[in-house]
Write a protein that binds this ligand. Structure first.
Ligand code: COA
Ligand code: ADP
Length: 622
């Protein structure tokens, strides 16, 4: 008889029956660990013993070598899914938490989080292991995008079917990350032109500054067969390693010591490189802050037999620190930029530092670690919008939702974890899904059906899909004597392809209470339906400070997910992660002591039915 684990590995892509999927997900959830551990079919692992030849002068694994291993592992995972060769399109920001020393083992795990059309997001986890002390720690996480190519023509990838809760979260949020990635260059360019940087370049004591010119590096590499795959394409990891090499030399020249690389900003491979290319890598320290410096690197390719101008392959920005004997960062000398270009890069490095910090703390940190209300400003709006949508998608993808009650075909689910009590209400409404999406995403209309939204003012239409509102909410009872006000960011997203194709589907009530089984729902065609999402979270705005007549309320994560159930049938789910100010109201409803949740849902349904055809014109543009 065929071994169960082998079945999962071999057959997952062809097993699109929901029954089979549920069984497998059940194994993934097996709490007693009695069954064979589930393994993602795209997962690839690499373990390497760090030898002297892999390390720098501090006896630490060179990041360039690590990037090569990461790229190969991730590429093999992408190719396992695609069934053809793949190239690295980009690698998102990487934050290195630890260095790795000679004699330790590096473990790299990669798996495809989601396939889009011809591209895939691959998630990579790097841990390090000390064989003597038997300890393990996390080194970094990375996300890379690979594009499948077969004979230079476009490839349509098969979809990923996520089974475990973690896979479902990654799958769902990958769409939002892709959206952010594809506008990354324009976002940064836009933010750089808008940012006003106050610098003290004029007043600084030049005699104590290191001229930036001193740190300039130029180096050439010839791409040989060992640097490329079997089709002659240069490995992305090899190029990243060469970039890290020149950046490290530039950083060492600022203060004669061995620098340590802390972060790498998004690598984007703009065009392919082949065996025989000459790559020219240039690096310089753009700016030095108190304890860290930004080094910029650019790579161009040329071929001597061709007259054309060099091709720009990649530019990246890396942050280095210099550590003392106690591993503490030392104070760095100031840098003196030269010429107009140098001064521009100096200022842009300061702006990038702020954006990097925003990205790190808004995009990468866990939902529960994000401050309740994050200050809204143009430099972090892209990340806050990302955070808003991905938080709701993560909440939706949780496995531990429990059906608490069902009244008048409205289901109430709750989810309890360490920090929050969350709930979601679910009903089916006889209306078109895009219609419902448009109506519910306009918070200005919410007072028409939700008495908790007494007054709503549109503060700022940020872009087509994001808007900030000021909401006045009446006294909810209890000890509160003043009405509340909220400053809410509303971000709406359509599914990647109109909600018909693979996505995260809503859960059927039948499988909810079965704690052993991850609820996985697929359409009869074996496809998951991705929801329309309207995410809401609090932000703070200097123009809307707290006012004496209101208690400032905070909303960490709430919103709607809508699924197309048929031509004129929409499943509407409202999610809310209850904050303490709201808790009493929620628990009263969950315990069945109040029916306000149900009344509000019914009012919402009536609102959607009453306005069924009103937006027909706008729908044509969606
Ligand atoms: N980050 C993530 N994905 C990207 C991307 C980026 N910076 N640029 C393009 N893509 C994705 C697109 O979203 C699209 O995905 P989809 O098919 O799933 O919708 C896919 O790449 C193809 O995009 P398209 O616009 O048709 O192609 P392109 O002309 O922009 O080419 C590359 C994209 C990546 C194929 C091209 O830039 C390239 O060949 N780069 C070099 C790759 C390489 O050789 N890397 C190794 C080191 S040089
Ligand atoms: P930008 O100049 O806008 O930063 P580029 O893609 O031209 O963008 O370059 C990226 C980085 O590469 C620069 O910030 C700089 O640090 C480095 N760089 C570019 N050109 C050179 C060069 N001629 N010499 C040394 N470093 C360079």
């Amino acid at each position: 008889m065929q071994n169960i684990g082998t079945q999962i590995r071999r057959g997952l892509t062809s097993i699109f029956s929901s029954r089979a999927s549920r069984k497998q997900a059940g194994r993934a959830q097996d709490p007693a660990g009695t069954m064979e551990t589930y393994r993602n079919p795209t997962e690839v692992q690499m373990s390497q013993l760090v030898l002297l030849c892999h390390t720098n002068h501090r006896g630490e694994l060179s990041v360039g070598q690590l990037l090569k291993w990461i790229d190969i592992t991730a590429c093999l995972s992408a190719e396992r899914h695609a069934g053809c060769s793949c190239v690295t399109a980009s690698v998102d920001d990487i934050y290195f938490e630890h260095t790795i020393r000679t004699g330790q083992v590096v473990n790299i795990k990669a798996k495809v989080n989601r396939a889009f059309n011809s591209s895939m997001e691959v998630g990579i986890q790097v841990t390090s292991e000390d064989l003597c002390t038997e300890t393990q720690w996390s080194v970094c996480k990375a996300l890379a995008t690979f594009v499948a190519q077969r004979d230079s023509s476009k490839v349509k990838l098969k979809q990923i079917l996520p089974l475990t809760e973690e896979e479902k979260v990654e799958y769902s949020v990958a769409a939002e990350r892709r959206r952010m990635r594809l506008v990354y260059t324009e976002t940064i360019r836009d933010l750089l032109t808008k940012s006003i940087i106050q610098d003290d370049l004029e007043s600084r004591d030049c005699s104590r500054m290191v001229p930036a010119e001193k740190t300039r590096v130029e180096s050439v590499e010839l791409v040989l067969p060992p640097h490329a795959n079997h089709q002659g394409n240069t490995f992305g990891g090899q190029i990243m390693a060469w970039m890290e090499n020149v950046a490290t030399i530039a950083a060492s020249r600022l203060c004669p010591a061995h620098p340590t690389l802390k972060t790498i900003e998004m690598f984007q491979f703009r065009g392919p490189s082949k065996v025989g290319d000459r790559l020219v890598l240039k690096a310089i320290v753009n700016n030095a802050f108190k304890n860290s410096m930004e080094v910029g690197v650019c790579v161009e390719a040329y071929r001597p037999e061709m007259e054309s101008s060099p091709r720009h392959l990649n530019s990246a920005f890396m942050t280095f620190v210099v550590l003392d004997g106690d591993d503490q960062p030392i104070t760095l000398p100031w840098i003196q930029p030269q010429g107009k270009e140098g001064e521009r890069r100096y200022r842009e490095a300061s702006a990038r530092k702020k954006m990097r910090l925003d990205r790190k703390y808004i995009v990468s940190c866990k939902q529960t670690e994000v401050p309740l209300s994050v200050p809204w400003d143009p430099s972090n709006q892209v990340y806050l919008s990302y955070n808003n949508v991905s938080s709701l998608k993560m909440l939706m993808a949780r496995d531990a939702w429990v059906l608490t009650s069902e009244i008048n075909k409205i289901k109430l689910y709750t989810l309890e974890d360490d920090k929050f009590l969350s709930f979601h209400m679910e009903m089916t409404v006889h209306t078109d899904t895009t219609q419902a999406f448009l109506l519910l995403s306009d918070l200005g209309r919410r007072p028409e059906w939700d008495k908790h939204y007494q007054r709503v003012e549109l503060v700022q239409q940020v872009d087509e899909d994001d808007a900030i509102y000021h909401v006045i909410s009446p006294v909810l009872g209890g000890a509160e004597s003043k009405p509340q006000d909220f400053v809410i960011l509303a971000s709406r997203r359509k599914p990647c392809d109109g909600g018909h194709s693979p996505g995260l589907g809503p859960r059927e009530s039948g499988s909810w209470e079965s704690a052993q089984v991850a609820p996985v729902d697929v359409s009869p065609a074996g496809h998951w339906r991705e929801p329309y999402v309207i995410a809401l979270r609090s932000v703070t705005l200097p123009t809307y400070p707290e006012m004496p007549e209101y208690t400032r309320g905070e909303n960490l994560c709430s919103g709607f997910c809508l699924w197309r159930e048929g031509d004129q049938q929409t499943k509407v789910s409202y999610y809310n992660q209850a904050t303490t100010s709201f808790l009493n109201y929620v628990t009263t409803n969950v315990a069945g002591l109040s029916s306000e949740f149900i009344t509000t849902c019914k009012a919402c349904e009536q609102f959607l039915l009453d306005n069924k055809s009103e937006l027909a014109l706008s729908l044509q543009n969606l």
